[in-house]
Design a protein around this ligand. Structure first.
Ligand SMILES: Nc1nc2c(ncn2[C@@H]2O[C@H](COP(=O)(O)OP(=O)(O)OP(=O)(O)O)[C@@H](O)[C@H]2O)c(=O)[nH]1
Ligand SMILES: [Mg+2]
Length: 339
């Protein structure tokens, strides 16, 4: 059986803690025959929260443990003692996790940046102890209130990668090779399609103040918008990017026609989400070391009127030029002190 190593969509049930009941007790002390009411309030139940964490790569943990509970509040006690509040439960999730009601699909919120918090279920209020009910005409109340139940919700969590740049291309075009040239990420590279099975993000670091996240996603094929190949799972992860790099195999290695590939990639994006087709992009002509690359490139330029950036990702050729272009795009007017 294939082991599951990644999950970007999970259904979870979250249980906030119940509030503790208030107490109805009376003071009992030697030599004090009729002590007053001294029942304390119950503690509030804990709430369930999501917290975006840059160290969490997927929703896998939740996939395996989809029931999440915060602690109940303790009941109040005599001698005016309040019940202890139930501890909140905070669930770390990847940056870019959005939350919907599992039944209605209603959008409930999202966490994007590291440390972002979102409350999923509110803990119940603790009940009131009988000492709260004392008044001038009612000196020995036996009333107390029960704690309120914590919220219970069934939710669907979806993670959409957060990155500025998305690498888009057919399988085997060299996307992962390029990512490893741009960042410290070391995605698997191999000479067969669908090597990359789930999104990976690498950070292109110019200096401390200037970084760009780049998302490498599984190769796209025709009818991806209908879920063919790794389909939607792939497309969802470039929705949040601001800039696309179309990586084309200009060598036509697998008998592919780069022009047809490019048109089909554009079409798939548009069919999935028209906004994606409007995003700024750059065409990367990869594998320019291959024998037929020059000829293919000439034909590609003529037919598409695009001006691709020539590259040999494997050898790192064209990579400095690409970095410079990305810098100029994301930090216009700025200059790097060190390059
Ligand atoms: N000749 C040549 N081969 C390259 C170049 N860049 C990558 N490759 C090779 O192309 C193959 C596919 O590279 P990957 O980086 O895994 O391609 P990918 O686009 O990530 O592929 P998937 O993850 O399957 O979608 C590997 O065998 C690489 O070594 C290049 O510039 N020139
Ligand atoms: Mg890959």
């Amino acid at each position: 059986m294939k082991q599951l190593t990644f999950a970007d969509q999970v259904r979870v049930q979250v249980f906030a803690g119940n509030g503790g009941d208030g107490a109805a007790t009376f003071r009992r002390e030697k030599y004090v025959p009729r002590g007053g009411p001294d029942g304390g309030d119950g503690g509030n139940g804990g709430s369930v929260w999501l917290r975006a964490s840059k160290d969490t790569a997927s929703l896998l943990d939740l996939h395996f443990a989809p029931l999440v509970r915060a602690a109940h509040g303790e009941r109040g006690r005599g001698k005016q003692q309040y019940g202890r509040g139930g501890e909140d439960k905070i669930v770390p999730v990847p940056l870019g996790t959005e939350v919907r009601d599992a039944e209605t699909g209603e959008w409930l919120g999202e966490v994007i940046a590291d440390g972002d918090l979102l409350k999923l279920a509110q803990g119940g209020q603790g009940g009131k102890g009988n000492m709260r009910f004392v008044s001038s005409t009612h000196q020995a109340p036996t009333e107390f209130t029960e704690g309120e139940p914590g919220e219970i919700k069934t939710l669907r969590l979806t993670m959409k990668t957060v990155a500025e740049v998305g690498l888009v291309g057919y399988p085997n075009a060299g996307k992962s090779t390029l990512l490893s040239q741009l960042s410290a990420a070391r995605p698997k590279v191999a000479a067969y399609p669908f090597t990359t099975r789930y999104p990976q993000v690498g950070t292109l670091i110019f200096d401390e103040m200037h970084t760009i996240r780049v998302a490498d996603v599984p190769g796209l094929i025709q009818d991806a918008h209908l879920g063919v190949g790794l389909g939607h799972d792939f497309l969802r992860h470039i929705e949040r990017t601001k800039y696309l790099l179309f990586v084309l195999d200009m060598g036509g290695t697998d008998g592919r026609d780069p022009t047809a590939d490019f048109r089909s990639l554009r079409k798939e994006l548009k069919l999935y989400n028209p906004d994606l087709a409007k995003r700024p992009y750059r065409v990367v002509a990869n594998k320019m070391d291959e024998p037929s690359a020059q000829k293919n490139l000439a034909a590609f330029k003529r037919r598409t009127k695009e001006k691709p950036l020539e590259m040999c990702a494997e050898l790192g050729e064209g990579v400095p030029e690409l970095k410079a272009e990305l810098f100029a795009h994301f930090f216009p007017g700025e200059k790097l002190l060190v390059y």
